[in-house]
Design a protein around this ligand. Structure first.
Ligand code: NHR
Ligand code: GAR
Length: 194
């Protein structure tokens, strides 16, 4: 059975790129019948859209500003995603909170990477908050998405040190290098059924 992967982005798309590269290098098509078949952004100006096109992947924009409310946006997003009959929907720097109806529609197929060591620091501005709290370690978490924001079952985590003089930006960059390792690994494990 063909396992289609749809990736949702809002920005640079470096996690999306890491997954696309891992799919190629790890021969996901041959081993799991899996391929990244579409990248969808809620922001028309997301830099990751050009990256995806450069990889030969179909792209689409579902601009949340064009919809009256979250229910209408999520319905349009579901329509765009379901054209690809995905086995897996991967949030990669996707910045819109999803409605319970959306989450229920993709139950068991929806994963996210969050730039903190969950359950610490769900939500936004995670790096600044970790520094402010005096944390010695920070990191990233791949988790299943549930209606309860950033609280789904944990699939993978990576830890990095918080260094003296870190800003949100320097810490984010250190965490991001680890995201690029654990996100492809988590997706590969899901495809392998492990
Ligand atoms: N949706 C559900 N239901 N559950 C989760 O666990 C989700 C989710 C949607 C996105 C990613 C998450 C993150 O990893 C994610 C997890 C956006 C916001 C947010 O507040 C919070 C968490 C995450 C993503 N977004 C604002 C909103 O009003 C908009 C912010 C912006 O556009 O910059 O949707 O951190
Ligand atoms: C990543 O650090 C990701 O964990 C984070 O945004 C960055 C996206 O980078 N996600 C969130 O903050 C979700 N609210 P990318 O576009 O280069 O993958």
């Amino acid at each position: 059975m063909q396992k289609n992967i749809v990736i949702l982005i809002s920005g640079a798309g470096s996690n999306m790129e890491a997954i696309v590269r891992a799919a190629r290098r790890g021969r996901w098509a041959e081993r799991f019948g899996a391929k990244v078949c579409a990248v969808i952004s809620n922001r028309p100006d997301a830099a990751g859209l050009a990256g995806a096109r450069g990889e030969g992947i179909a792209t689409e924009v579902v601009d949340h500003k064009a919809y009256e409310g979250r229910d209408a946006f999520d319905a349009a997003l579901i329509a765009a995603i379901d054209r690809h009959t995905p086995a897996l929907v991967v949030l990669a720097g996707f910045m819109r909170i999803l409605t319970p109806a959306f989450v229920a529609h993709y139950e068991g197929r929806l994963v996210n990477i969050h730039p903190s060591l969950l359950p610490a620091f769900p939500g936004l501005k995670t790096h600044e908050r970790a520094i402010e709290a005096g944390c010695r370690f920070a990191g990233a978490t791949v988790h299943r998405v549930t209606a309860d924001l950033d609280h789904g079952p944990i699939l993978e985590q990576a830890v990095v040190p918080v260094l003296a003089g870190d800003t949100g930006g320097t810490l984010a960059a250190r965490v991001l290098t680890q995201e690029h390792i654990i996100y492809p690994r988590a997706v590969e494990r899901l495809l392998a059924g492990a």
